[in-house]
Design a protein around this ligand. Structure first.
Ligand SMILES: Cc1cc2nc3c(=O)[nH]c(=O)nc-3n(C[C@H](O)[C@H](O)[C@H](O)COP(=O)(O)OP(=O)(O)OC[C@H]3O[C@@H](n4cnc5c(N)ncnc54)[C@H](O)[C@@H]3O)c2cc1C
Length: 229
């Protein structure tokens, strides 16, 4: 179906947030993705839906990184507000299951934050009374998508902790963690690693490494969900 680009927000140098108004609601679960294509081409790509069903009023948002020489993203980034795209979906099994009252650990890298943002907003809006941690890895401070939003949410909700991590802090004022998100960093904040359910989304190498380490620490396989690109 068609969707109108209602707003385009530049989040970081390479990442934009696209607010789309589809002809009919997508009716997705928090964490699922849609397939997006442009009317002038037959290239379709999956994009995680970054908004939660609880905050959508006839629109949804995607958080998209421009890939140099990619077949879809440079053409999408040339679009203007008011232009039309095609969307299909929702798809995918990476979504939050209602009725599971375990603590939740969200681990994201770069644009992998998109489905995690949806899950986070869903949990907070539904007032699910479990501890929630978001570990968010990026190259530099300037690459952190929605840093102010996550910081504000962690001040407002005492059950939500936001832990941004950057590989290479560029200025001396960075007060967060430097390096990569690792299971030992997670263990510093989450006392019992086996208790939570985990949702990981980011580059395949990061996701595989952390899952492997969590399983070595006895986290049951069925308590870990992943999406990667
Ligand atoms: C479930 C899922 C959800 C996703 N959600 C998101 C999301 O929320 N946000 C997001 O930003 N991305 C997301 N992605 C990734 C997204 O689907 C695309 O893969 C990404 O946007 C790149 O698309 P593209 O067409 O611009 O690049 P592509 O054309 O697919 O190119 C990808 C890479 O291959 C290289 N390449 C292309 N053609 C050639 C060639 N002929 N020779 C050599 N190299 C080549 C390009 O230079 C580029 O580095 C998701 C992926 C999946 C699987």
């Amino acid at each position: 179906m068609q969707a109108v680009i209602e707003a385009i927000i530049q989040e970081t140098q390479a990442v934009r947030r696209f607010r789309l108004r589809p002809e009919k609601p997508l009716e997705h679960r928090p964490g699922q993705f849609c397939l997006l294509s442009l009317p002038e081409s037959n290239v379709a790509r999956p994009y995680s839906i970054a908004t939660s069903p609880t905050e959508e009023q006839g629109f949804f948002e995607l958080i998209i990184k421009r890939v140099e020489h990619g077949r879809l993203t440079p053409a999408l980034f040339a679009k203007k507000e008011g232009d039309v795209v095609d969307v299909k979906g929702p798809f995918g099994t990476f979504y939050y299951r209602d009725g599971v009252y375990a603590p939740v650990v969200l681990i994201g890298g770069g644009s992998g934050i998109a489905p995690l943002r949806s899950i986070l907003h869903y949990l907070l809006a539904k007032k699910v009374k479990v501890p929630i941690w978001l570990f968010f890895g990026n190259r530099t401070e300037q690459d952190i998508i929605l840093h102010n939003e996550f910081s504000a949410l962690s001040s407002e909700h005492e059950n939500f902790s936001y832990i941004p991590v950057v590989d290479h802090p560029k200025d001396g004022s960075w007060q967060g963690y430097a390096g990569h998100v690792t299971e030992s960093l997670v263990a510093e904040r989450v006392v019992d690693l086996r208790a939570p359910h985990y949702y990981l989304c980011g580059p395949p190498g990061m996701v595989a490494q952390i899952i492997c380490a969590l399983e070595v620490h006895g986290v049951p396989h069925e308590h870990i969900r992943r999406e990667q690109w």
